[in-house]
Design a protein around this ligand. Structure first.
Ligand SMILES: Cc1cc2nc3c(=O)[nH]c(=O)nc-3n(C[C@H](O)[C@H](O)[C@H](O)COP(=O)(O)O)c2cc1C
Length: 173
């Protein structure tokens, strides 16, 4: 058998290997006493159907994690392919916290958690945080889904090889 594999042992190499796994893009949100918090994530995955559970992996120092630990709730909005600006905004380090961080971005309160959902997204989940587990430089945040629903009938935004991308085959809306 021909060995076509190329071994990669550096951190940069690991990122480029991992980047071959195409993901969707979501904004995870929470609402604390100092207002709404949101950040872009692509570590989202569904975990269980019964009960309905999902997880995201968060850096220890991100602002969202502290708010979720205090409130026990969070929401996820899956972004549409025309929401690259929103994805970039919620991933930019210096953006303001609280209401100002959501200025100009259509959003509403998710009904079971009260956390913001981005109404221009394609789907959302409202979650109760049930556990956080340390995993290296991240924390795994696990949630039980209390509500979920569809938003705009648009294709989802993709992220692959460090870039945003579109679904080439289109999707059923
Ligand atoms: C496409 C994309 C996906 C991301 N996914 C994650 C993720 O899953 N977990 C994470 O901790 N940071 C992720 N980030 C980085 C955070 O969005 C970014 O560090 C953000 O500024 C953190 O929020 P904070 O500044 O309020 O702490 C991602 C960034 C991009 C562009």
């Amino acid at each position: 058998m021909t060995d076509v594999s190329r071994r990669v042992d550096t951190d940069r190499g690991f990122r480029s290997v991992a980047g071959r796994f195409a993901t969707g893009v979501a904004v995870a949100t929470a609402r604390g006493t100092d207002g709404p918090v949101g950040m872009t994530v692509n570590s989202f995955t569904t975990v269980s159907l019964d009960p309905r559970m999902l997880l995201i992996c968060l850096r220890h120092d991100c602002r969202l994690l502290g708010t979720v630990r205090r409130t026990g709730r969070f929401a996820i909005t899956v972004l549409a392919d025309d929401q690259r600006d929103e994805a970039a905004w919620f991933a930019s380090r210096g953006r303001p916290a609280g209401t100002e961080g959501f200025a100009g971005i259509p959003h509403d309160r998710e009904r079971t958690t009260g956390c913001p959902l981005l109404t221009d997204g394609v789907a959302y989940f409202g979650c109760e945080a049930v556990r956080t587990d340390p995993a290296g430089d991240h924390m795994v945040l696990m949630g039980v889904v209390r509500s979920s629903g569809l938003l705009r009938p648009k294709p989802p935004l993709l992220f692959v090889d460090g870039h945003y991308a579109r679904v080439a085959d289109g999707v059923r809306a």
